[in-house]
Write a protein that binds this ligand. Structure first.
Ligand code: DC
Length: 210
């Protein structure tokens, strides 16, 4: 069983993916961490983010054991990840790891931008999670200021809009809604309501009763 979850930054897809995986007893992969780790390793090697050769090397030599590095959660790393994610060689280098992860029994949940369209086009269930950009910016602002980061709402909004444009505007595997994806808009939902709605959609799709 493969559950693909895509959506833009701060849509709630990561939290939903973890909760859905725990609910069904599946493994969960936040694929954004792979791109974040490539950006981290490039920076550590003092290479610019647009150095294609160095970026491909970083993607090919990525150590999955380093994906729980807390530094990957930093907002600047998310921005840098969005830049390296434009490089086709980086995307190609990360594909096999994601597909192997997805093939695990009894099932896997993967969240990202291109899971339903490119990584797992045959996923059993595809969800596309979205929310109004102002609501996403508000959530991200509250999360970051709660952690003591020196941010303003306006700056977070601007950054999220730029990231949406970069992630959906790139040539290779842009963020897009798979033709057979189920849409979930979390604008007016808290995490509990979003989780209930997502589980309902998944159960209907796989033919389980509530
Ligand atoms: O989900 P996130 O914010 O951790 O992702 C960071 C960046 O990585 C995102 O802006 C674009 C890129 N990404 C991607 O291109 N494809 C994915 N499947 C996941 C993330």
């Amino acid at each position: 069983m493969i559950i693909a979850i895509d959506g833009p930054a701060a849509s709630g897809k990561g939290t939903l993916a973890r909760r859905i995986a725990a609910h069904f007893g599946y493994q969960c992969l936040d694929t954004g961490l792979l791109y974040r780790a490539v950006a981290r390793d490039l920076r550590a090697a003092e290479q610019p983010l647009d150095n294609v050769e160095a970026a491909e090397w970083a993607a090919r030599s990525l150590d999955p054991a380093t994906l729980d590095d807390i530094g990957l959660r930093h907002p600047g790393v998310g921005e840098a990840a969005s830049v390296v994610a434009k490089i086709p060689q980086v995307r190609a280098a990360l594909l096999a790891f994601q597909r192997d992860f997805a093939a695990q029994e009894p099932g896997a949940v993967l969240d990202g931008r291109d899971i339903g369209t490119v990584v797992c086009p045959n996923a059993d269930v595809k969800l596309f999670i979205n929310a109004d950009v102002e609501v996403r910016a508000r959530r991200r602002f509250e999360e970051l200021s709660g952690r003591g980061e020196p941010v303003t709402y306006d700056r977070v909004l601007e950054t999220i809009k730029a990231r949406d444009a970069r992630d959906s505007g790139r040539a290779d595997a842009p963020m897009s809604i798979a033709a057979d994806a189920l849409l979930l808009d979390t604008t007016n939902l808290d995490i509990e309501a979003a989780f209930d709605a997502a589980v309902g959609l998944i159960k209907r799709k796989i033919g389980q009763q509530d």
